[in-house]
Ligand binder design. Structure first.
Ligand code: SAM
Length: 257
């Protein structure tokens, strides 16, 4: 039997990135079960557009207690993840360090910021290995040996790298061609044009006396696009002055091209 897969023009254009393989190294694999088994991430895996292998660090730990952490040299509070189980787990992967279109990242508040541009960059990879820290973090020597990049999901500290890893996996996966029902939709979300998104409305047209803006019912697509752009600009200017200034500079640059 012959199967035909129907892709949009957008998918064909981005065809080379229709498959992304994540390898997550964690001491708490159960955290991934719920989020990976629901909605978009579940469907992405079922369609074999995305694969997520969750590797349990404890399988690589020694001794009766399978310990993963130890006291920090130099004193101070908190425990540090020991290098050996992490090294063994990374060595067990089919993807090798330095391999083309592969990257090894460590989720860390000390990393560079995760933003839409970074997600766009990462979706071009074939393999993304994601190390999740716990406690005070990971012994620096194993990071120096393996990690290409440290990535932070924001200027705050969480208890572990599992939720940041899920943020990364979700953000990258929805950009992989074919994952979203309408694969053009990431292009209208916040940040894709440098602005925040516009407000959305659905039925009923009148809800508790609050009506949908008339323009959205007009069927005049050009006017609707202009209204949405204006709303995006107003929202960005009001809550994200930093983004709005960048956007104005870009527009000015384009005018002078
Ligand atoms: N000692 C570290 C520091 O000062 O930056 C914080 C360690 S934190 C309590 C434990 C782990 O949670 C980290 O190793 C990292 O994997 C993860 N983590 C916490 N906050 C994060 C963030 N904002 N972005 C990415 N990962 C984070």
């Amino acid at each position: 039997m012959i199967f035909f897969v129907v892709f949009s023009v957008y998918d064909i254009y981005t065809y080379r990135c229709v498959f992304m393989h994540f390898y997550v190294i964690t001491a708490f694999p159960v955290i991934f079960e719920g989020p990976l088994q629901e909605t978009i991430l579940k469907r992405a895996q079922e369609k074999e557009l995305v694969q997520v292998d969750v590797i349990n660090l404890r399988d690589f730990a020694e001794g009766r207690h399978k310990h993963l952490d130890d006291y920090p040299f130099g004193g101070g509070s908190g425990m540090v993840m020991i290098p050996e189980p992490i090294d063994k787990a990374l060595k067990s992967l089919p993807v090798k360090k330095g391999e083309k279109k592969s990257r090894f990242v460590y989720m860390s508040p000390m990393g560079g910021p995760l933003d839409q541009k970074k997600l766009e960059e990462l979706k071009e990879l074939d393999n993304l290995v994601v190390l999740c820290g716990r406690y005070k973090g990971v012994d620096q020597r194993v990071l120096d040996s393996w990690i290409d990049e440290e990535i932070s999901i924001g200027d705050y500290v969480l208890s572990g790298g599992e939720i940041p890893a899920l943020v990364l996996i979700d953000g990258v996966s929805r950009l992989v061609a074919g994952v979203l029902g309408n694969s053009l939709s990431p292009g209208t979300d916040s940040f894709s044009s440098g602005l925040l998104g516009y407000p959305s409305y659905t039925r009923p047209a009148d809800w508790n006396g609050k009506e949908v803006p008339e323009i959205l019912l007009s069927g005049r697509h050009k006017d609707i696009a202009e209204w949405r752009l204006r709303k995006s600009e107003e929202k960005t200017e009001s809550v994200r002055k930093d983004l709005f200034e960048k956007y104005l500079i870009e527009i000015e640059g384009k005018k002078n091209e």
